[in-house]
Design a protein around this ligand. Sequence first.
Ligand SMILES: [Fe+2]
Ligand SMILES: [Fe+2]
Length: 197
Amino acid sequence: MAALLPPLSPSITDMIRMDHSHVLETFHQFRPGTAVDKKTALVDTVCLALEVHAQLEEEIFYPAVREVASDVAGVDKSYPEHDEMRRQIALLRGMRPADPDYDRTFLELMRDVLHHVADEETTLLPEAERLMPERLHRLGGEMARRRLQLLGPRAGELGWSALRSFPEGALVMAAGAVGAGAYLMGSVRDALPRPWK
Ligand SMILES: [Fe+2]
Ligand SMILES: [Fe+2]
């Protein structure tokens, strides 16, 4: 009978943490001396993952948090931070990897993203888990469905390497939940070349 039960979706907060972990994982493969093809694939993968992730948060997660508490720290400032991220992504897409500013722009994007992720993981996600525990799995299901809608038309853009960055289904249960902003910030500091530390 158990097979007839609808599968329980992972919670939206675990899905968000898993997205963050995958972006970090991809970012850590980036090196200034990486071959151009691989570098382009890494940057394209990160940019698409960030775009989809930000849209999912804006459409589903942030409004749900606002419904249960209008004054949760972090929601209001997240929108302009996402907009800044989109601006940096647009800049990158207008460049070629050989451009002198390409690596610097990507590292600036990742530095800002890591600050944003650290804030979400230390404040917003724990608050959501405290304020609306009964809604997290249903919202996770909504997020999974919407992600597939958003990715469908773009699946051919980047191929398998990009799709691997988008966790779905049960795999998300293994969510890194590294959880600690300090860990995330430490990771990005370790990964950045010295002038960025
Ligand atoms: Fe965000
Ligand atoms: Fe996020």
